[in-house]
Ligand binder design. Structure first.
Ligand code: ADP
Ligand code: MG
Length: 322
């Protein structure tokens, strides 16, 4: 069942990143919600053709429980030059969104934020899902993700964790927009230094992401969006010791060991996807706490809604004051 653009009605904006904008849409013929991502592209045949070729690779990826469903890609040549990607809508959003919602609950002093929402069961579920998705993409399609970060890990209220935005090469993305601006970078040291990129680069990114979810901060320190600030961060990734987690009453030995195997600067010494899939922490994420996790996802969805409402009220009030 292919979806046609003309059958989609826009319901609202979900978010926008470096490369484009994501809208929440309704597919009218079967009343299904679909996420529609638009990426403006330069009107150069070479870039367009390559992009379309890469998108057809995505089209061939068969459904997997840890990969966001793909419903098609279009190139709209009419008034605007853009690539449109249709994908499964994930109703609990991305990890960065959940993280910022948690922070706004903390700021409001909500009792709901008395402890970090990203407890170890949740982190184990996320770790397993990301590794399992990555290993599927590589095993069956030789696709390396290359852009694992909180905004590319999505959750839905049925209790699924899925990765999205893989496969499109960075060279092309760079031709679309400056990828560094506005994001913390999850790139591995070897990638920054221009070595061959393997799936272990994604392992590094996953490690950083888990540390960020545990501590609430991007582990390698912030950076300003100036070229100097970005260069400074890249230099820190290459030259400074990697982030570590220390064992404590809050952090189990298994989780600390898992993270510290991901955050290894030397690619050779870093664990592989397959090794990590056998790790105790990840095994826990695979086999335990399904009911509890589903419950967690439902709760997250409620909290996202609540946060959105409160934010709207705040905006209204601010307008009245003016
Ligand atoms: P980035 O990943 O760099 O933030 P994107 O354009 O890929 O930029 O996505 C923008 C935002 O839209 C993401 O941060 C995420 O919160 C949200 N998003 C993307 N895809 C989906 C989806 N399929 N379902 C729900 N939310 C999504
Ligand atoms: Mg994204």
């Amino acid at each position: 069942s292919t979806i046609e653009l003309q059958d989609l009605v826009q319901l609202g904006k979900i978010g926008s990143g470096n490369s484009g904008t994501v809208l929440k849409t309704l597919h009218v013929p079967d009343s299904r919600i679909i996420a529609k991502k638009s990426i403006p592209v330069e009107n150069k045949p070479l870039i367009k053709n390559q992009l379309i070729r890469e998108l057809t690779i995505m089209q061939n990826v068969k459904t997997h429980e840890n990969i966001v469903g793909f419903f098609g890609a279009f190139y709209t040549a009419s008034t605007t030059n853009e690539i449109v990607i249709l994908m499964e809508y994930m109703d609990c959003g991305s990890l960065d969104k959940i993280m910022s919602t948690y922070k706004s609950f903390v700021k409001r002093g909500s009792p709901d934020a008395s402890e970090n929402w990203f407890n170890e069961l949740v982190l184990a579920k996320i770790s397993f899902a990301v590794l399992n998705g990555l290993s599927y993409l590589y095993r069956d399609y030789k696709i390396i993700h290359r852009d694992i970060k909180p905004s590319n890990v999505l959750i839905n209220s049925k209790g699924y964790v899925k990765i999205c935005d893989f496969g499109v090469s960075k060279k092309l993305i760079n031709s679309i927009a400056d990828t560094f601006v506005g994001t913390s970078t999850y790139m591995s040291p070897e990638r920054i230094q221009g070595s061959v990129y393997s799936t272990k680069g994604d392992v590094w990114s996953l490690g950083l992401m888990i540390v960020e979810l545990v501590t609430g901060e991007f582990p390698l320190g912030g950076h300003s969006d100036t070229p100097e600030g970005i260069l400074d961060l890249l230099q820190r990734i290459v030259n400074e010791p990697p982030p570590r987690l220390r064992q404590s009453p809050q952090h189990s030995r298994e989780m600390v060991d898992f993270v510290n195997r991901c955050c290894v600067k030397d690619e050779q010494e870093r664990s592989s996807l397959q090794e990590l899939l056998c790790h105790d922490f990840v095994e826990k994420g695979r086999s335990q706490g399904d009911r509890e996790f589903r419950h967690w996802c439902k709760r997250i969805k409620k909290r996202l809604k609540e946060d959105k409402m409160l934010q709207r009220e705040e905006n209204e009030r601010a307008k009245l004051v003016k």
